[in-house]
Design a protein around this ligand. Structure first.
Ligand SMILES: O=C(CO)[C@H](O)[C@H](O)COP(=O)(O)O
Ligand SMILES: [Fe+2]
Length: 216
């Protein structure tokens, strides 16, 4: 079973971003999670291309870019050019999701789709075979440091069942409120990739916390 950790730089120190990314390079982190928020799809604005490019410049690990933006098709090529390894769009932001997924692949990136806490896993039924990643949101997107929603475990196991049923190769990622208290249970439910922002960067020893999450 694949167990990866993707620390979110949303919780990094932006005054010392290079230092924090070098810490991630030296840690057991597998990917680096980059949260793009537009203030329209979500009620918060995080950062855009310049910060993603700094992440790419210093990171030795793949960038796992999570687009919490409306009309993501307009920006897929630019994030691919900025060095994204994976591009994950929100299902709720994509009226033509199949086309968006093809755009991501044509841009040379792994294609991910995120579902919000209120969106049923069944909405992925006819797209999951085309995906490299499903991101099950365990908070309402827009902010770091929120409380983990318990219904996520059920959704992760439903996603695992759908991946098997549709013979999909998609990894299952969970994002929001992930910490050492829920990481092991998420892996047991079927998660492959855990995103963690505040639990990593607010801990006294981020690198050790990444290892704790990876081996939970
Ligand atoms: O997509 C996100 C928020 O919308 C972030 O990736 C997520 O919240 C990570 O932060 P934390 O681990 O602190 O919850
Ligand atoms: Fe995220």
């Amino acid at each position: 079973m694949t167990h990866l950790v993707s620390p979110s730089i949303l919780s990094a120190d932006f005054g010392n971003l290079q230092r924090d990314i070098e810490m991630l390079n030296a840690s057991e982190a597998d990917w680096i999670h980059v949260d793009i928020m537009d203030g329209v799809f979500v009620p918060n604005i995080s950062f855009g291309f310049p910060v993603a490019e700094v992440a790419k410049k210093h990171a030795t690990k793949p960038l796992d870019v999570h687009l919490m933006i409306v009309e993501p098709d307009r920006y897929i090529k630019r994030f691919a050019d900025a060095g994204a390894y994976g591009l994950t769009v929100q299902l709720e932001a994509c009226p033509n999701l199949h086309r968006t997924v093809q755009f991501i692949k044509e841009a040379g990136c792994r294609a991910g789709v995120a579902i919000n806490p209120h969106s049923p896993v069944a909405l992925l039924d006819d797209i999951i075979a085309d995906l490299d990643l499903v991101l099950v949101m365990s908070v309402n997107p827009g902010f770091g440091g929120q409380h983990f929603i318990e219904n996520t475990y059920k959704k992760v196991s439903e996603t695992r069942d759908l991946v098997a049923k549709r013979n999909s190769k998609a990894l299952i990622e969970v994002d929001g409120g992930v910490d050492k208290s829920n990481a092991g249970k998420l892996y047991t439910a079927g998660a492959n990739v855990l995103v963690a922002g505040s639990s990593v960067f607010a801990s006294g020893n981020p690198s050790a916390m990444i290892s704790t999450l990876k081996h939970a």
